[in-house]
Design a protein around this ligand. Structure first.
Ligand SMILES: Nc1ncnc2c1ncn2[C@@H]1O[C@H](COP(=O)(O)OP(=O)(O)O)[C@@H](O)[C@H]1O
Ligand SMILES: [Mg+2]
Length: 188
């Protein structure tokens, strides 16, 4: 049985860290899984990202298509993407059989703190700080798009299969929970 698991939540909530741990746990069990990371996908399809609604609708439609294509080829998929619009996640849920939406729940304050610790060389470094300054002081930052959690809200989904509180569990512990869930469902 192939599965699609989507780790969704605010930037800095821990999606990528938990993905890395989960991929390792799956690898240890010999379970293959395609890793779809939105940041990576965006780099390959958008030359100069604007991070606005139109562009996000576009990149998410490609992400969803890619996931569906992998499932058609009987491949498992792990999606690592903020996915702030509930309709994107519901769209994929409708399109594939074994869909697991995992909300990586984390207070905005904690996300901001974690995000500030990212290496300065990272594309995503400092986005919260800049977005908050822009909002409060009307400061302008070139290249800074709409930041989820500050400029656009994350839409929670009551239908999410799992909620992981990443300020209570380590990334490793979270991955163990997810792996158990997949096993319980007979997916991995
Ligand atoms: N319990 C936790 N779960 C996941 N990440 C955590 C946790 N505690 C601290 N972190 C750290 O938070 C930072 C942001 O996580 P990251 O995976 O990059 O977020 P996202 O991919 O959701 O933007 C990373 O440096 C990560 O190691
Ligand atoms: Mg990430």
């Amino acid at each position: 049985m192939t599965f699609v698991i989507w780790l969704t939540g605010l930037p800095g909530s821990g999606k990528s860290a938990i993905s890395r741990e989960l991929l390792e746990l799956l690898r240890q069990r010999g379970v293959k899984c395609e890793y779809l990371k939105l940041d990576k996908l965006r780099q390959t399809i958008v030359r100069r990202p604007r991070y606005d609604v139109e562009e996000r609708d576009f990149v998410y439609s490609i992400l969803i298509e890619d996931a569906i294509e992998f499932v058609k080829k009987n491949k498992n998929v792990l999606i690592d993407a903020t996915g702030y619009k509930k309709e994107w996640r519901d769209q994929l849920r409708k399109s594939v059989q074994n869909f697991v939406e995992v909300f990586i729940k984390c207070p905005l304050k904690v996300c901001i703190r974690r995000e500030a610790k990212r290496p300065a060389s990272w594309l995503m470094h400092g986005i919260y700080k800049k977005a908050i300054e822009r909002k409060k002081k009307k400061k302008r930052y070139s290249g800074l798009g709409e930041v989820v959690g500050v400029d656009v809200p994350y839409e929670e989904n009551a239908r999410a299969e799992l909620v992981i509180e990443s300020n209570r569990l380590s990334a490793k512990q979270a991955a163990v929970v997810l792996r158990h869930y997949l096993t319980m469902k007979g997916f991995a």
